[in-house]
Write a protein that binds this ligand. Structure first.
Ligand code: GAR
Length: 201
């Protein structure tokens, strides 16, 4: 069973869906540790409740992004992590982390990439007038939300939508999609060719 390290900054509802899928045996892996850059992230409590090591690594205690990522790598290695899942981790990561875990860092983004990368993706979709929105699970590369796409799910944008109602509709799909993408990874079923990811048999 594969050791998964989950990086968060907030509520951790995606973390919860991953922990639940592991507990249910749907993912052949376990969440080995949860790291937050924010001390008050509710996801840390979710992890502790599940008996999973929950650590706060404060980015402000480091001189730069690289030295922060070195600390992340050291901690992830302590827990023998083989897959790093970014789940609402609101920090830009550097090649220091990516080179330590080649093709083994995933992220979930609340938009149908390559549309609306970066912050406030749901707000961007509403402001743009998009009629379809959704979420993307992708491997992380050095760009912002530019890595190879693993899975996507679409939801409608309704005329009455606010940022909150649209985000909730997208999140429901996130909680289904992210565990499924991780399941495929842990079973060795993801094949990457250039930027195209396919699912093996
Ligand atoms: C999720 O909606 C995720 O897609 C988004 O943050 C939320 C975290 O929620 N990620 C990004 O915007 C990354 N740029 P959670 O803490 O409840 O999982």
């Amino acid at each position: 069973t594969l050791n998964i390290g989950v990086l968060i900054s907030g509520s951790g509802s995606n973390l919860q869906s991953i922990m639940d899928a592991c507990a249910a045996g749907r993912i052949k892996g376990r969440v080995a540790c949860v790291i937050s850059n924010k001390a008050d992230a509710f996801g840390l409590e979710r992890a502790r409740k599940a008996g999973i090591p929950a650590l706060h690594l404060d980015h402000r205690a480091y001189s730069g992004r690289e030295s922060y990522d070195e600390a992340l790598v050291a901690t992830l290695r302590e827990f023998d992590v083989e897959l790093v899942a970014l789940a609402g981790f609101m920090r830009i990561i550097t090649p220091v982390l990516l080179e330590a875990f080649p093709m083994a860092v995933m992220n979930i983004h609340p938009a149908l990439l390559p549309a609306f990368p970066g912050l406030h993706a749901q707000r961007q979709a509403l402001d743009y007038g998009a009629k379809v929105a959704g979420c993307t699970v992708h491997f992380v590369d050095p760009g912002t939300d530019t890595g190879p796409i693993i899975m996507q799910a679409a939801v409608p944008v309704l005329p009455s939508d606010t940022e909150q109602t649209l985000s909730a509709r997208i999140q429901k799909e996130e909680h289904r999609l992210y565990p499924e993408a991780i399941r495929l990874f842990t079973e060795g079923l993801l094949e990457v060719s250039g930027r195209v990811v396919s699912v093996g048999a």
